[in-house]
Design a protein. Structure first.
Length: 260
């Protein structure tokens, strides 16, 4: 299967047109004409992911986060982006990223389903598709009233996490919940406007967290990787179903940091 044909399949899940203006999605390295037989899926195009994809002789590296965001004036081994791109080129490895387009047309709904939210709607509407609003995050109702402490246990179970961080009282009872996988700082205003009592997201800094709590919004920071790692098994399943002739390999799950 040509790389261009694989991209058509990926775009049926989350077309590149759904990506935010600032984002950089799509084929970021390689040739549309390359024959693709093996796909390696990871969250990031890290040194480990690129190295493993090359060692396994994958033809396509598929990630959620793009390695390239800004313009590049030179490709050398003096920086990590150039080093990884050179490794891809040496391995004849095509590289494709599905970022905010997948956030809109995949990640948000997946997270809402993990949390079993009912009456879930987009947290931040970015477009309307066939009369249906689509966008970043989801807000809806938890299955039952629960304390924040119970909600933390539920989130850890749903996403298979060892830890979360909380801003606000853990004894507070909540029912209306918003979720935004990844870095959710910029959508806290939407969570407040939606009437959410608890906001489940990642990458919340000190001031943002305490300010949200002061406004009555409890924040559960489950980590950027912690919430978005669902991209890997989902896309593996999607490609297995949509292109069974492809061999799919996924990066082993591992937090990109350690708590000591």
């Amino acid at each position: 299967m040509k790389c261009s044909d694989v991209i058509k399949i990926l775009n049926k899940q989350a077309d590149e047109s759904y990506a935010c203006d600032w984002d950089n999605v799509g084929l970021l390295a390689g040739s549309l004409k390359k024959e693709i037989r093996k796909v390696y899926i990871a969250l990031d195009a890290s040194d480990e992911a690129v190295g493993e994809a090359a060692a396994l002789k994958a033809d396509l590296l598929l990630t959620h986060h793009p390695l390239i965001f800004k313009g590049i004036k030179r490709i050398t081994d003096e920086d990590f982006i150039g080093r990884r791109l050179m490794a891809m080129i040496r391995a004849d490895l095509c590289y494709y990223a599905m970022h905010t387009n997948f956030d809109v047309m995949g990640m948000a709904q997946l997270a809402a389903e993990k949390l079993r939210l009912t009456d879930a709607v987009p947290l931040e509407v970015t477009c309307v598709e066939d009369g249906v609003p689509q966008g970043i995050g989801r807000v809806g109702e938890l299955e039952k009233d629960m304390t924040v402490s119970e909600c933390c246990a539920f989130v850890k179970s749903a996403f298979q996490l060892e830890h979360v961080k909380v801003f606000g009282s853990i004894s507070k009872t909540v029912r209306r919940a918003a979720v935004c996988p990844g870095a959710g700082k910029s959508d806290i205003g939407y969570a407040l406007k939606s009437g959410a009592q608890v906001y489940i997201t990642g990458d919340i800094d000190h001031h943002t967290g305490i300010d949200a709590a002061a406004c009555g919004l409890t924040v559960i920071d489950a980590g950027h990787y912690g919430l978005e790692q669902i991209f890997i098994p989902y896309m593996a399943g999607y490609l297995h179903k949509s292109a069974p002739e492809l061999e799919i390999v996924t990066q082993e799950r591992a937090e990109p940091f350690q708590i000591v």
